[in-house]
Design a binder for this molecule. Structure first.
Ligand code: HEM
Length: 229
């Protein structure tokens, strides 16, 4: 069982390296085509004028649930360094971190798979092409670093761990040297992820407050719509 889980993780990482994520289906107002509706429907596409400017609700939920988990785990992970002399608190924080990370690992696989099927909104035309490419590269790198952080976190475990105190999940590798290697990978990965997330969030805020475009809105929930339903 542990080797099956670790094989899935390793295969996922390899797949990610070969296909560095991001949706293959790009839809904008200009190229989104649908079939004519009506009695004599034929497979003749026509151009529709409704541009997709928002991520779908599923992508938004995945994005924000994972953002909360990753930001919490980063703060709690570094915070744990300050409570090393309080074993009970350390154990609680560690169990919570590993349990949330387990959920986030599963969500990451779902999210990565979904990114190939959903319609990804095009960035506004006011953004230069190089910057659009940089954004795609940044998102792909975020996926890759998230994978590295979760896989290394799992492989560095010396012992089994309780999932929210409900049941135990076995550690896949019990070799002190291998665990120590993945601990280093995990440390480096976490620092890289924290820096990337900070840059990513600052870029999103710059789009909203400085460039005053709809990039942040594309990932935001429409709160007025939510409160009406
Ligand atoms: C306060 C924090 C955050 C803000 C304000 C934010 C904002 C956004 C926005 C506006 C987009 C759409 C940008 C575009 O289409 O070019 C986006 C996409 C994305 N964000 Fe964030 N984000 C935050 C946290 C995170 C975190 C913690 C992660 C994961 C480590 C993350 C990973 C991604 C990824 C991978 C995408 C590409 C779309 C996708 O595949 O879901 N974000 N974010």
């Amino acid at each position: 069982m542990p080797s099956v889980i670790s094989s899935i993780f390793i295969m996922g990482t390899l797949l990610l390296a070969v296909f560095p994520c991001q949706s293959q289906i790009k839809v904008s107002g200009d190229n989104m085509s649908t079939l004519d509706s009506g009695q004599n429907q034929k497979a003749i596409p026509h151009v529709q004028n409704t541009s997709t400017q928002q991520y779908d609700a599923f992508s938004k939920w995945l994005h924000w649930i994972m953002a909360v988990i990753i930001i919490y785990a980063t703060i709690a992970g570094y915070g744990m360094l300050f409570v090393m002399d309080m074993p009970q608190l350390f154990h609680v924080l560690s169990t919570l971190n590993m349990s949330f990370a387990t959920i986030a690992s599963v969500l990451l696989i779902v999210r990565w798979g979904w990114s190939f099927f959903r319609k990804t909104p095009e960035l506004p035309d006011t953004i230069p092409n190089t910057q659009k490419s940089m954004a795609k590269l940044a998102h792909g790198t975020l996926y890759l670093v998230m994978f590295v952080v979760f896989v290394s976190g799992f492989l560095m475990l010396k012992h089994e761990y309780p999932f929210f105190w409900l049941f135990t999940i076995p550690n896949p590798i019990s070799n002190a040297e291998v665990n120590a290697f993945f601990f280093m990978v995990h440390r480096f990965g976490c620092a890289t992820l924290a820096s990337l997330v900070l840059l990513h969030a600052l870029a999103a805020l710059k789009h909203h407050f400085v460039n005053k475009n709809d990039v942040l809105k594309s990932m935001a929930f429409n709160l007025s719509k939510l409160s009406r339903s």
